[in-house]
Design a protein around this ligand. Sequence first.
Ligand code: GUN
Length: 305
Amino acid sequence: MAGVVLDGKKVSQEIIAELKPRVKEITKKRGRPPCLAVILVGDDPASQIYVRNKVKACEELGIRSVELRPPANITTDALFEAVDPIVKDKTVDAILVQMPLPKQLRAEEVIPYIVDPFRDVDGFGIHSLGSLVVNRFAPRACTPAGIMQLLHRSKIPIAGKHAVVVGRSDIVGKPMALMLLHENATVTICHSQTRNLAEECKRADILVAAIGRPAAITRDFIKPGAVVIDVGMNRLTDKDVVVPLFAHDLSRLSAFAKNESVLVGDVDPRAMQEMSSAYTPVPGGVGPLTIAMLMVNTVDLAEMH
Ligand code: GUN
């Protein structure tokens, strides 16, 4: 069986198109567009790319973005001072702090200080997370919310299905499991201490991989016909690893020859294509949906204000 591709890019474009009239309406009513503030501490290359894409999505939609980029070695106190104008600016509808933070800063301390519950566009705050647990309206973490949109819009049934989420991060794994549970899936969460991971995964009708280990989920982990969602985004540069993984895909191999690196998810791309009934490719699957849902959350917050 060859699984169909769940095209995250296409679905994200649909979501963005639906937002356009809402942005126009807010801008007309208030005389100013919605505004998203992005705080990126340091110069982590992956974070820089993510932030650039977030700002680009804002531009495309007519959302104003404000960026603050303090240096990697900033202290907690200096960071709080630097963000003060943004925190006090009532024209800012939504605020996010890009993760991961440098080691000297603690997310538990930084996020509640900078991001109040009414501007928590990432859904990472305690208030938003509590609302998720009891299934009340609040911003939802963008990656799992985007995956739910992809499943719905691709007409993949969830109720009664066995969903297995591999990874228990606060950003993806835990909120993903709760969102699937609220849609009446039977949910298993697997993690680094799970015994016999392959066996657990093989029971999944819907398998979500979010562990950050390149191509770790292989053929033995996938039930034939499962829907496989790959959240991983790993850059590989070792030819001996890359060539067998993409032996079936000449266009990826020639891109690797040119760029000397290639992106691979947490699932072996050959296994995903061969074993699943539907799957998200990397890139072009989950990634664009995260950004689209960030825009949805920004617009939701602006409308609330
Ligand atoms: N780092 C990785 N994913 C995310 C995200 O969705 N939001 C933020 N703020 N940081 C991230």
